[in-house]
Design a protein around this ligand. Structure first.
Ligand code: Z5A
Length: 212
């Protein structure tokens, strides 16, 4: 049996990460794979408190570097308390966002040098990286419309479309740089068509790992 896998879901706001996470859980369940589901920023008590500070409107003028460091502070706790222990126990980890989001939002969106993010990634994570990343991609207007229908905007959702276009480009650039790990899914399609793409990727992945 292969070692436990670390899978992440990425994409800009409202593309359908949370919705499709449920579908991936089903696919793992069908293979009797033990897994945990988590999210970033968050996933631990401290991480969820940092999430509230990051997404809430109390600190609207937060410096970009502060935002970056808080993302990695939450991630450090998440790795230590949740992700690494689960993987060590043989449980797969399914995370709604991880470090690709930092490259996309703080790097692409805020304009922080990617090299600085890489230094923090290496420092905080050591050699821990996701094994597979599903990038749900859709034009910014599609995600904003879906997210808008759902709830009041958080501190990130208040950003303008220019910001989200930069986020999307940074994600797509990473996918083009790391095609073996990051699989791009056309999330602008209706939900059933999105699920079919996810199913194909996951079945190929199971096959690659020798999971019947
Ligand atoms: N952030 C960061 O800046 N740096 C970092 O390092 C990390 C995060 C880790 C929180 O993320 C914020 O943190 C995020 C980036 C930043 N801010 N933004 N923007 P989050 O994941 O909690 O927030 P989010 O991106 O806004 O995700 P979301 O709100 O949970 O959206 P989603 O999960 O992608 O979408 P959804 O809730 O599954 O779907 C939205 C609606 O669309 C819902 O009504 C669905 O029923 C509907 N939907 C879904 N798929 C479809 C299709 N295919 N057709 C039609 N309708 C659909």
């Amino acid at each position: 049996m292969s070692r436990a896998q670390f899978i992440t879901l990425e994409g800009s706001e409202g593309v359908g990460k949370t919705t499709n996470l449920e579908y991936i859980k089903q696919l793992l369940g069908n293979k009797s794979i033990e897994y945990i589901v988590t999210r970033e920023p968050g996933g631990t008590e401290l991480g969820e408190q940092l999430r509230d500070l990051l997404l809430g409107h109390k600190h609207t003028g937060m410096a970009d570097e502060t935002e970056l460091l808080m993302m990695f502070a939450a991630r450090s706790e998440h790795l230590d308390k949740v992700i690494k222990p689960a993987l060590e126990k043989g449980q797969w980890v399914l995370s709604d966002r991880f470090t690709d989001a930092t490259y996309a939002y703080q790097g692409g969106g805020r304009g922080i040098e990617m090299q600085r993010i890489k230094i923090l990634e290496d420092y905080v994570q050591g050699d821990c990286r996701p094994d597979l990343t599903l990038l749900l991609d859709a034009p910014v207007e599609v995600g904003s419309e879906r997210a808008g229908k759902r709830s009041a905007p958080d501190r990130f959702e208040k950003e303008q479309s220019d910001f989200f276009n930069k986020v999307r480009s940074a994600y797509l650039q990473r996918a083009s740089d790391q095609p073996d790990r990051i699989k791009v899914i056309d999330a602008s399609l209706e939900l059933e068509a999105v699920k079919r793409q996810i199913d194909q990727i996951m079945q190929d992945y199971f096959k690659q790992l020798g999971i019947q």
